[in-house]
Ligand binder design. Structure first.
Ligand SMILES: *Cc1c(COP(=O)(O)O)cnc(C)c1O
Length: 373
């Protein structure tokens, strides 16, 4: 079986470093924030080329606090895409605002800036482009429209650690960037974690307070805050992993390059890396009109696959109350029906990649024959 991702092989490769980090925390008996989190915040901010990193307990919390720091609240609208993980949209509602969706560019799977401009209203306060699958959204037009209309830009970079847009790191492009360190993400904690990155001193200060009950000093609660602190254990483990992230990213890019080459000419639509992008391939999604047959066939051949995501958020029962119906965002809806994610992780061998490609080609041929007959 070729797994969709393989966290055990990554742990095995740096077990001593991770175990040492864990034991440092146990020895210190400091379990929340502290020096381990501070050091990781400093290192991850430097990795993103920004002044501030604020560690929190999840990517969702990062988005929630970034929105609050931007002044988003009840009566406001926040523009994002429906083709994303549900957390992007949930965080907008946590802040009390209304999510307004715009369609994606079908080539990049990310926000269509023209559709975004058309969705701006007098109530719009912020824009949340999502760097889906590890590829930056097309940020220059988004930033230009935002500056012109006075909107805050918050990047959802939960899938895009180390991705670049014209050579500039995501998380440093908008006013704030939000990262997730969920175990399966490109940089994963041994539990939950997240971070807001920003160059803005005021946003950083407010988010630092909001994550810890709205206080800068103990029991002096200036804002109504949250318990969103990053655990020391996560800071220590993430700090031990960060020096390896570039090599892991190059490992992912090598797997993607292998797939691109092997599947070129097979008729299987492979993901497009945009000219502006350093794609970090959190997900490698091919497209097919016969997804169920492909997924079943690949499974029989021992290849685990995933679907990111089978239903766009505007068609989920939980968000039916937003009032969007089927047909409103045709590119997002079509992508949700067609995308199929192949196994991709930094430790994947060339042999494993070749097995996946042979299986994909075999399925592509047999399903095409089935449909022709
Ligand atoms: C994972 C993810 C989130 C949420 O991060 P958590 O750490 O799971 O809360 C938000 N947005 C996107 C696009 C994600 O992939």
């Amino acid at each position: 079986m070729i797994p969709f991702l393989d966290l055990k092989s990554q742990y095995a490769s740096i077990k001593d470093e991770i175990d040492a980090a864990v034991h440092r925390v146990l020895d210190s008996q400091q379990f929340t924030l502290g020096d381990e989190v501070k050091a990781f915040e400093r290192d991850f901010a430097a990795f993103c080329a920004v002044r501030h990193g604020i560690g929190v307990n999840s990517g969702t919390s990062a988005l929630h606090l970034a929105l609050l720091a931007a002044g988003v609240g009840p009566g406001d609208e926040v523009i994002t895409v429906p083709f994303t993980f549900v957390a992007t949209v949930a965080a907008i509602e946590y802040a009390g605002a209304r999510p307004v969706f715009v369609d994606i560019n079908p080539n990049s799977f990310t926000m269509d800036p023209t559709a975004m401009e058309a969705a701006v209203s007098a109530r719009t306060k912020a824009i949340v482009p999502v760097h889906l699958y590890g590829q930056s959204a097309d940020m220059f037009p988004i930033l230009e429209i935002a500056r012109r209309k006075g909107l805050v830009v918050i990047e959802d970079a939960a899938q895009a650690h180390g991705a670049e847009y014209y050579g500039q790191r995501v998380g440093s492009l908008g006013d704030m960037g939000c990262f997730s360190f969920y175990p399966g993400k490109n940089l994963g904690a041994c539990g939950e974690g997240g971070m807001v990155t920003t160059d803005n001193d005021q946003y950083a200060r407010v988010i630092r307070m909001l994550r810890d009950w709205g206080a800068e000093r103990k029991y002096e609660h200036v804002f109504k805050g949250f318990n969103y602190r990053m655990e020391s254990l996560q800071g220590a483990v993430l700090g031990a992993k960060l020096p390896h992230l570039e090599a892991w990213t190059e490992g992912r890019r090598a797997v993607a390059a292998f797939y691109d080459r092997a599947l070129a000419g097979s008729g299987v639509p492979t993901p497009e890396a945009m000219l502006y992008a350093r794609h970090v391939y959190h997900v490698y999604a091919i497209r097919t009109h016969h997804r169920q047959a492909w997924q079943d066939g690949l499974h029989r051949l021992g290849i685990q696959t995933g679907i990111h995501y089978p239903t766009p958020v505007h068609l989920l029962p939980a968000y039916a109350d937003l009032g969007y119906g089927r047909g409103r965002f045709p590119h997002a809806e079509k992508a949700a029906l067609q995308v199929l994610s192949l196994p991709i992780f930094p430790e994947m061998t060339a042999d494993q990649c070749a097995i996946v490609c042979r299986a994909v080609e075999q399925i592509a041929r047999s399903v095409a024959q089935l449909v022709d007959a």
